[in-house]
Design a protein around this ligand. Structure first.
Ligand SMILES: CC(=O)N[C@H]1[C@@H](OP(=O)(O)OP(=O)(O)OC[C@H]2O[C@@H](n3ccc(=O)[nH]c3=O)[C@H](O)[C@@H]2O)O[C@H](CO)[C@@H](O)[C@@H]1O
Ligand SMILES: C=C(OP(=O)(O)O)C(=O)O
Length: 417
């Protein structure tokens, strides 16, 4: 099992290119199942979850042609509708195959993704939404078994705005009879991106990116060409790494418009930021930033997927701050590990009270989930001495070559096989 060896080495400095967004690419790959002709996707990130999604598509019978960051998927020879536990357990995003399989092939047999380190993560909204479209769904031996000869448009109001739930229902609705209206839908940028793809495939969609999405279903959809947008979470992770190490970095191939809340927090903490259409520069001037109060919320609020990374920044910032996690009930696994490095964090329910410290010390720590791992890497880069981070497979699920990118910014980081 790979480990990372990180030696604190002062400020990060330089430029780095941001990859395509994992969480935008996953629904796009699942949407390939809806098209009667091939889908070509560019700027696909080289991360483990994408490998898993492509393996799954292959298992279903799709023909896959992958050339660097461009992937062509032909769903013309699908012969299975089963997404097995062995793959789904490593990638929760596999639930995104449920809607497209059911809508296109009339049935789906998708393993329940189950709970994971950050919370119980139920999928009741996905199931109820598809039932509202006339599908029959039951849980049998850990699998969601779904059937529908033809889905029909419906009104569905989410109790909680689920990102993948909204995506699943949009994809199903694109091949349903009539109009579907989703209320209290999630508004994350990945939803607007999926709507752009589905529109290019022939669907008619209004309101994606707002809380009410209208989808007019079509009898069939075609393939299309699509470019995955930049990863806003990878972008935020590098900004956090620069802030924690008192560095200065420029991020290219990104999109600052999806990170306004995060950029405002960084500016308020005393860091100098500038940005253009596809780049962001953070310059800390070699100074420690001030601690930031953070409260995670659905988009456009502060993303839960950046909470761990900013916890690491706060652990090293000037002053005290609270970090409130409002999306997942158990997304503080990194706190115990950061405390092993000398962080002063007190947990009270879903609130972490962080007292910024001048420095942290390297220590052996364990990655518990994808973004927690990123938080530990950031703390390790800024700490004195050596940190070993175990279970980096979590990190590889969602970051393309993060060790090489950080090394190119001057970080001392090495992978041990
Ligand atoms: C592949 C992908 O895009 N993953 C992202 C997606 O996950 P994911 O789509 O799984 O997260 P959701 O938006 O569904 O979860 C939001 C909240 O809704 C609850 N909920 C969700 C579904 C449901 O059927 N019932 C229910 O109660 C969840 O427990 C959670 O409290 O959005 C999360 C929230 O921004 C991010 O952290 C993940 O990185
Ligand atoms: C939680 C995440 O991903 P997933 O929903 O795939 O587990 C994430 O990207 O931070």
């Amino acid at each position: 099992m790979d480990r990372l060896l990180v030696t604190g080495n002062g400020p990060l400095a330089g430029e780095v290119a941001i990859a395509g967004a994992k969480n935008a690419a996953l629904p796009v790959l699942a949407a390939a199942l809806l098209g009667s002709t091939p889908l070509t996707v560019s700027n696909v990130p080289a991360v483990r979850d994408i490998d898993t999604a492509l393996r799954l598509l292959e298992l279903l019978g799709c023909r896959i042609d992958r050339d660097g960051s461009t992937v062509q998927i032909d769903a013309g020879s699908v012969h299975s509708v089963r997404a097995p536990y062995e793959l789904v357990k490593t990638m929760r995003g596999a639930i995104l195959f449920l809607g497209p399989l059911l809508a296109r092939f009339g049935s789906a047999d998708v393993s329940l993704p189950g709970g994971c380190a950050i919370g119980s993560r139920p999928v009741n909204e996905h199931i109820e939404g598809l039932r509202a479209m006339g599908a029959e769904l039951r849980i049998d031996s850990g699998y969601i078994k779904a059937k529908a000869s033809r889905l029909r448009g419906c009104h569905y109001a989410f109790d909680v705005p689920s990102v993948t739930g909204t995506e699943n229902l949009m994809m199903a609705a694109a091949l349903a009879d009539g109009e579907t209206v989703l209320e209290n839908a999630a508004m994350e940028p990945e939803i607007g991106d999926l709507a752009r793809l589905l529109t290019a495939m022939g669907a008619r969609i209004q309101g994606a990116g707002s809380s009410v999405v209208r989808i007019e279903g079509r009898p069939s959809l075609t393939g299309a060409r699509h470019r995955v947008p930049p990863d806003r979470i990878e972008t935020g992770t590098f900004l956090a790494a620069a802030a924690a190490t008192r560095g200065s970095v420029t991020l290219r191939n990104t999109d600052p418009s999806f990170l306004q809340h995060v950029l405002a927090k960084l500016q308020a903490s005393g860091l100098e930021l500038s940005w253009g259409e596809d780049w962001i520069t953070l310059d800390s001037g070699g100074r420690r930033c001030r601690a930031m109060h953070i409260s995670t919320a659905p988009y456009p609020g502060f993303p839960t997927d950046l909470q761990a990374q900013f916890m690491a920044v706060n652990a090293l910032a000037e002053g005290n701050a609270t970090v409130v996690e409002n999306i997942f009930e158990n997304r503080f696994m990194h706190v115990a590990e950061l405390k092993r490095m000398g962080a002063a964090i007190d947990l009270q329910g879903n609130t972490a009270i962080v007292q910024g410290r001048e420095g942290l010390q390297g220590a052996p720590v364990m990655a518990t989930d994808l973004r927690a791992s990123a938080g530990l890497v950031i703390a390790a880069l800024a700490a004195d001495g050596e940190t070993t981070i175990d279970r980096v497979y979590h990190l590889d699920r969602g970051y393309a070559g993060i060790d090489d990118k950080l090394a190119s910014l001057g970080g001392m980081i090495r992978r041990i096989h």
